[in-house]
Write a protein that binds this ligand. Sequence first.
Ligand code: HEC
Length: 159
Amino acid sequence: MTDKPPPTRAPRFRAIAGIALLALIVFIVVLVTVISNSEPGSSEINAESYAEEVAAALANADIEIGGDLVYELECNLCHLQGDGSLSPLFFGLADFASERRPPLPAEQYLYEAILYPGAHLVEGYTNAMPNNYVERLSQQEVGHIIAYLMTFTDETNGS
Ligand code: HEC
């Protein structure tokens, strides 16, 4: 009499394999759901997303401080230099920001783009943008930056 007869091992292995397979299927389903929800116009965002935060951040926003922050934080190295092949340039941003992630209005899109860059990628770019501004910036600082970015119309180009 051995304490563990061999025949019970195979069913146990099959059960474990079955559970692993099930976990894999669940994982894939969740992954596909997450990916499809992060596409433009997904049900996760609506015109009111970030609206309160942005209104509060913009209430006392200062364009000049925003400009200083963009240089201090070196956003300019990616967004105001080069040919725009690695990072989208800010030029004209205020004019097309509201078209980037409908139905988000321009300022709310910019808010998300700065604090949660992984939520939605600008078409044609990888997620090379630092994703830790949400820890490094206060809401007021984000407000200053948004106000500054909204000066990048086709006509003024950030002056
Ligand atoms: C290392 C390069 C890099 C740095 C530094 C960087 N970004 Fe970005 N940023 C990117 C890239 C790449 C994208 C496009 C991918 C994406 O949507 O996240 C992007 C996207 C954006 C967008 C969306 C632009 C559009 O055309 O729709 C905004 C707004 C933005 N960044 C703001 C900032 C601000 C503000 C800072 C500094 C606090 C900053 N970025 C720092 C690389 C960078």
